[in-house]
Design a binder for this molecule. Structure first.
Ligand code: AHR
Length: 664
């Protein structure tokens, strides 16, 4: 039986009229016109980069692959991270000794004394929220030791989440005498564990001093001993970032000046790199991390090397003589600023100097005689006020006197607007600043509303570095925000404005970069990791799509003769790539409606009929990626076909970001 729909003739006619009207409306939309031969400006090779800070266990416990927490007993509580197992009574079996007068960078060590051959004595390290262990992988253990006489033996047990042994080794410590020695042993894990631990058992009798106890997986990035987690570096390499900013962030400023980042203390032998407390250890009461310290195993040499590995320009940021203004606001008196300025000058020599210079020689001694080609540096992170200006002036004068072409990145403070920002923006431009660093942690609607922010910025004078930004779905730093598609699609829309204004915006980076699922302080973040896995958020894929498709020159993309920055909730920008001979159009539909537009390319010879279309999107704004579904929101590439000469018809799904590549 045919069921009647309940529509009478009148209804059918009305429905047809509505459909036809919609069709006519879609058909009547003027096209988006891309003017491929009107080169507006170059896109800098540095345009899209990454911001690295040791926040959220990004370095220690994160990309720095060391598995032993508190390897040199320098945490505030010297045995933090170590559990002692001792089944006999002897108060002095384990002692922490401090040789501060003799060894300032690494004063403490552990003295183990076992008087009788019987009894069990062991220490177990819990790792950074456990140790990620992979079945079949080699693990490299090492330590420094000193013993008056032989007698004590060391054996290792790698334990899984259930305390089952999944790897064993014996450490040979044959040397005796007063000097420190090194011992090392490698072994293979027989099983995987997400929260493994390492136990060191002492048998026999005697006494031994231990320091710098270390365990690294063999599968570090480029197989470098003592290196970085390969999966995390790969995520950066996959973005092909134009620059890498390091080491922060607020970490540069320090809670107070004694806790500021000092690059000279992060190079050379590991046991000479003086550990300090990480400022994110206690910054947020709701996310306290009492075991968060900076060992500087990942130091400035390694940052430069990382930059080189992933083809990114290095962008170090140095302390300008001011501690964090959210915290102590300590200032270095102006007449005592010289050592800070000297640090900046020496850093340029460390990176670029000939191997015969004082600092170039140190770089060469670390294994890199060739220069790192440093061309820019930030002075101060989120510093502000006249106190910043007067310190910055002294840095600029000294650096430009010695290196006139060297570029200095300057701070515009904590916010992208308001009196503080206006003051600095005026002062910095009067000082003829090279690059102004603007930060915007804002909700998604701010990003949508600000896609035209740089359209009116002066084209001459200071260039812009969008040095830290992220869409926050609600207020800043409440610990609940997720990297959802709502934030990412708004960032994608805003970035059309950065791209359109590449004449003035020379660099931009999302922040923060990494977060450990069990050790974060700040959300949202670009890439999430646990001890074994890592995944990119929807925002990561937005960043990656821009970076991989940055082109060489901006060209106009116009609708009704105007830049597309929110009309009908559409955001569009276009570049040409003169190397790959492509026209690349980015289209963001920030509305809940499907929208169709013709895109017409003018000023190009006949284009290839096949067009590559990469889309990123989700049906709901609340979609996220996760360890279980790392690619729930991730780019999908397909081909579409031109519908006429240099013309295509594109239908943008609700809340979508698309990259169209047309071959010239
Ligand atoms: O990215 C997190 C923090 O945000 C940075 O350390 C700081 O520069 C900003 O306030």
């Amino acid at each position: 039986m045919i069921k009647r729909t309940g529509m009478n003739g009148k209804h059918v006619l009305l429905a047809a009229c509505i459909a036809a009207a919609g069709y006519v409306q879609a058909q009547q939309q003027p096209p988006v016109v891309v003017k491929a031969n009107q080169l507006v400006s170059e896109v800098q090779p540095t345009m899209w980069g990454v911001f690295f800070e040791d926040i959220n266990m990004g370095a220690d416990g994160g990309i720095y692959a060391e598995l032993i927490k508190n390897r040199s007993f320098e945490f505030l509580k010297p045995l933090m991270g170590w559990q002692v197992q001792q089944d006999f009574f002897d108060e002095g079996a384990l002692q922490v000794l401090n040789r501060l007068e003799k060894n300032t960078p690494n004063p403490r060590f552990l003295r183990v004394t076992k008087k009788a051959a019987g009894g069990n004595l062991a220490v177990t390290n819990e790792g950074f929220r456990g140790m990620g262990i992979k079945k079949g992988l080699r693990y490299d253990f090492s330590l420094q030791y000193r013993q008056p006489a032989a007698g004590l033996s060391l054996s290792l047990e790698l334990l899984n989440n259930e305390d089952k042994t999944i790897g064993t080794a014996t450490v040979q410590t044959p040397a005796t005498g007063e000097g420190w020695q090194k011992a090392a042993v490698s072994f293979t894990a027989s099983d995987s564990a997400s929260k493994g631990r390492l136990r060191i058992t002492f048998t026999g009798s005697g006494s031994m001093d231990l320091d710098m106890i270390s365990l690294f997986p063999a599968d570090t990035w480029k197989g470098r001993p003592g290196g970085m987690r390969a999966d995390m570096v790969q995520k950066l390499a996959d973005m092909k970032p134009g620059f890498i900013r390091f080491p922060g962030g607020c970490i540069v400023e320090g809670f107070d000046l004694s806790q500021r980042y000092q690059w000279k203390k992060t190079i050379g032998a590991l046991d000479e790199r003086q550990l300090i407390i990480n400022r994110w250890n206690f910054e947020f009461a709701h996310r306290a991390a009492p075991d968060y310290f900076q060992t500087f195993g990942l130091g400035f040499f390694e940052y430069f090397q990382l930059a080189e590995d992933i083809g990114a320009a290095p962008l170090p940021i140095l302390n300008c003589g001011m501690a964090c203004q959210f915290n102590t606001s300590e200032l270095v008196p102006l007449d005592q600023l010289d050592p800070y300025i000297q640090d900046a000058l020496d850093l340029i020599e460390f990176a670029n100097g000939d191997v015969n210079t004082t600092w170039g020689k140190k770089r060469a001694a670390m294994g890199h005689p060739a220069p790192f080609n440093l061309t820019m540096m930030g002075v101060g992170n989120e510093n502000y006020g006249p106190q910043y200006v007067e310190r910055l002036q002294l840095f600029m004068k000294a650096i430009k006197a010695k290196y006139p072409d060297f570029k200095i990145v300057t701070s515009s403070g904590t916010d992208p607007d308001g009196k503080r920002f206006d003051y600095l923006n005026t002062e910095l431009r009067e000082m003829k600043a090279d690059i102004i660093d603007e930060h915007y942690y804002r909700n998604p609607s701010w990003f949508l509303a600000n896609a035209g922010r740089y359209d009116s910025y002066p084209r001459n004078g200071a260039k812009i570095f969008g040095g830290e930004y992220a869409g926050h779905s609600d207020k800043v730093v409440d610990g609940k925000r997720q990297n959802n598609w709502q934030a990412a699609v708004a960032e994608a829309a805003f970035m059309t404005g950065l791209e359109r204004n590449a004449a003035v915006v020379h660099m931009a980076s999302y922040a923060p970069l990494f977060a450990h699922a069990d050790g974060w302080q700040w959300t949202p973040d670009l890439i999430w990791v646990n001890n074994l896995q890592s995944y990119g958020t929807p925002s990561y894929y937005v960043q990656q799509l821009y970076s991989l498709n940055k082109g060489t020159h901006v060209v106009p993309a116009l609708w009704n003769g105007e830049a597309v920055k929110g009309q009908d909730s559409l955001y569009i920008s276009a570049v040409v790539d003169q190397k790959s001979k492509e026209i690349i159009v980015k289209i963001v539909n920030a509305s809940s409606r499907t929208q169709t537009r013709d895109v017409v390319v003018e000023g190009a010879a006949k284009l290839n009929k096949t067009v590559s279309l990469t889309t990123l999107g989700s049906e709901t704004l609340w979609s996220i990626n996760s360890f279980e579904q790392p690619e729930a929101v991730s780019p999908k590439t397909t081909n579409i076909t031109l519908t006429g000469k240099n013309k295509l018809n594109y239908t943008a799904a609700p809340y979508s970001f698309a990259v169209l590549k047309l071959k010239m």
